[in-house]
Ligand binder design. Structure first.
Ligand code: IMP
Length: 431
């Protein structure tokens, strides 16, 4: 069966991009199914570092189809910048390769202004969004007043649609938030220009993907964000506005469930989170700083999209088991095992405690984490540098024990383990 899915099993930033890039080798194409340029995927190939926000991570592999699915919200100005940046580095992003769903939604300057306005209004209770206009764009989609990518194909009506949209946004911006109105004509002109360039890429990507799947081609579905940021299953309201989970693959690409095969959950060997919200295994600053890194390396724990330092802590297996259940994960792909080297004792959160009771499942899901404290099991660490290891049997014994324990406690095998940022710094466990 020909769809392999890569899903974030935590709060995003798990390192999905590197596995998408790796697994894209076997696929004819890579399709993103949710989110927008709130995502930030970093791929390291030799001395080259590619930072992607909208394009699927598979684009760096020559000849692969790159699809932006209908479940996405797309800022056309940012997409064109990304296309130009990668094209200048020799990546082919011609319309035969890069396909954009006609049914995806457009992000506009109105959405970005509203994202900022709502965040400011929330004050202390702010979500800590990426301020990319994601929430307001999905709000318009669900309220049935959004701007679909296919509207770019009808240039005769585009200006009117944009003006109606900007006028409605200006009502909110000026009356609710006392902000300056945005210039509808200027935005209409900009979107007219974007339409000229994006026009040849727009198609029914559901049909395109299904044709490939019917002939047995392998497609990689690339998730953005992570399970705990899912609008339904995440730490609501500290979530994004889309479905990064397996359900989102079907609705975000318009493909049948019968094609799903491997569902690979990507998790760091520890836990991180950007933005506000509960985080039961958040470590004290000395440990967190050790896990985060100084920021000197591109792989240190600072946001690709916002540059914000990430909150860091111990791996939470209660939440990881939850991600296995919600997504039907068939396997786990671990990242950043190398970062744990040199920590004498590692903690794994195996359960939660509240009111003298212990829980190994979340009674009311991750939106209700506040009452709980983490129950840890400790395992001995290792000192050896593992960045050069490529075979499972060459890992230090304690590193193998740590990984095995993750498999035991989640009930799914850990099949891939990364030990550094380079494409080949991966241990394929059952290969
Ligand atoms: P939004 O998606 O910009 O609305 O942000 C909502 C929440 O999701 C915030 O806590 C963001 O920090 C978080 N978020 C969105 N995209 C990502 C991502 O790609 N990685 C990690 N966190 C993200």
């Amino acid at each position: 069966m020909p769809v392999n899915v890569i899903i974030g099993a935590q709060w995003g930033d798990e390192g999905k991009g590197r596995y998408t890039d790796l697994l894209a080798e076997q696929a004819v194409g890579v399709a993103r199914y949710s989110g927008g340029d709130n995502a930030g995927h970093t791929i390291t190939i030799g001395s080259e570092i590619f930072k992607l926000h909208l394009l699927p991570s598979g684009v760096v592999q020559p000849g692969k189809l790159a699809v932006l699915g209908n479940g996405m919200v797309i800022n056309p100005a940012h997409l064109l910048e990304e296309i130009d940046r990668l094209t200048a580095r020799g990546v082919d992003l011609s319309p035969t390769r890069l396909k954009i769903s006609h049914a995806a939604h457009l992000i506009t300057p109105v959405h970005i202004a509203l994202d900022r306005a709502y965040e400011t209004a929330r004050g202390e209770g702010k979500i800590g969004t990426t301020l990319r206009g994601i929430g307001p764009a999905y709000t318009d989609k669900i309220a049935r007043r959004g701007l679909r990518v296919e509207y770019l194909l009808d240039t005769a009506s585009l200006a009117d649609r944009i003006k109606t949209h900007v006028d409605a946004g200006n009502e909110l911006l000026t009356k609710l938030f006392s902000m300056e109105p945005l210039d509808a004509q200027r935005i209409a002109n900009e979107y007219h220009e974007h339409a000229q360039r994006l026009h040849p890429h727009i198609t029914d990507t559901s049909l395109l993907l299904t044709r490939h799947l019917r002939q047995g081609d392998l497609i990689l579905a690339e998730g953005a964000q992570g399970t705990l940021l899912d609008i339904d299953f995440g730490t609501y309201p500290f979530v994004t506005s889309s479905a990064p989970t397996t359900g989102g693959v079907l609705t975000g690409l318009g493909i049948s469930h019968q094609y799903l095969d491997r569902i690979i959950g990507v998790t760091k060997a520890f836990q991180t989170r950007v933005g506000a919200g509960p985080f039961p295994t958040e470590a004290e600053e000395a440990v967190a700083a050790r896990l985060r890194g100084t920021g000197a390396n591109p792989w240190d724990e600072y946001g690709t999209t916002t540059g914000r330092p990430r909150r860091c802590g111990w791996l939470d297996l209660v939440l990881l088991r939850y991600a296995v259940r919600i997504n039907g994960l068939t396997e786990l792909a671990l990242t950043k095992l190398d970062v744990l080297a040199g920590i004498p004792e590692l903690a794994l959160c195996v359960a939660y405690a509240a009111d003298g009771q212990t829980f190994d499942e979340l009674p009311l899901g991750p939106a209700n984490l506040e009452p709980f404290t983490a129950v840890y099991e400790t395992v001995p660490g290792w000192d050896e540098d593992v960045t050069g290891v490529r075979r499972w049997q060459d890992l230090p014994e304690n590193a193998r024990r740590y990984v095995d324990r993750i498999g035991e406690l989640t009930g799914v095998p850990v099949t891939l383990i990364s030990v550094g940022p380079e494409r080949e710094q991966v241990i394929r466990r059952y290969a």
